[in-house]
Design a protein around this ligand. Structure first.
Ligand SMILES: [Zn+2]
Length: 244
């Protein structure tokens, strides 16, 4: 995975802005790996997808992720830095392999979710309906005491066991980070969505690049492509000259 150039970042930002979370992730991956087919990117298990996005993040913005959290007990704002290596985890090799789960009298065979599964689920506005869609897509077979059961109508403890088994089969898909409040000492875990994290950073960078294009195009009459083709150092030097 190579770093996104300014022009590629803006193109991915523009494409992704019109799409949901799964579509944004594909827009970023497609920009980083132009020869990969969209279909193949959509069918990546979430862990493989997020692993690649993490590589793209590291190549483009560096190896340290900075984020903010609020302590759930006292509300103190906490700024933390995470090394990309610290949240790297193994991921499922593919989304076709079928994994078994036995829980009480329930036997399930499932595969790990992909971006395409998330997109299909996210297309339903309602979170409960989205959950049902995801379960019906990823559960290949479910039976209780020999009778087939609807994967979207499992008991809560069965569904929790299935969610845990899915996470265990594709660890990179669910990054949990341990945080500790400096104010009150409370310790807790929070999930980090690598795709959303990177998308937010890309949005901030896109705004910065658009501003630089605006300032230099206004001052010199250069075209967008000309400004983006300048090295960051040269662009900064011109920006200083025009007082931007
Ligand atoms: Zn606290």
């Amino acid at each position: 995975v190579r770093a996104l150039s300014g022009a590629a970042l803006l193109a991915a930002w523009e494409e992704g802005s019109a799409r949901g979370p799964a579509g944004r992730a594909v827009a970023l991956l497609a920009a980083a790996t132009p020869r990969a087919e969209r279909d193949a990117l959509e069918r990546l298990p979430l862990g493989a997808r997020d692993g690649r996005l993490l590589e793209l993040r590291e190549a483009t913005f560096g190896p340290t992720l900075r984020a903010l959290a609020s302590c759930p007990r006292c509300g103190e704002r906490l700024e933390f830095a995470l090394p990309a290596d610290g949240i790297r985890a193994p991921h499922a090799a593919d989304a076709e392999t079928v994994h078994p789960l036995e829980h009480g009298g329930l036997r399930v065979r499932f595969r790990v979710p992909t971006g395409a599964d998330l997109a299909a689920a996210g297309a339903r506005g309602d979170p409960d309906e989205a959950r049902r869609v995801l379960l019906r897509r990823c559960v290949v077979e479910a039976e209780r005491e020999g009778e087939p059961v609807d994967p979207a109508a499992l008991h809560p403890d069965e569904e929790a066991a299935l969610a845990a088994a899915m996470a265990a089969a594709d660890p990179q898909a669910e990054v949990l980070i341990a945080l500790c409040c400096e104010g009150c000492g409370h310790a807790w875990e929070t999930a980090l969505d690598v795709a959303e994290f990177l998308w937010t950073e890309v949005g901030t960078e896109a705004q910065r690049l658009l501003y630089e294009v605006h300032a230099l195009a206004s001052a010199y009459g250069w075209r967008e492509g000309d400004v983006l083709a300048l090295s960051p150092a040269r662009r900064r030097a011109y920006l200083e000259m025009v007082g931007a």
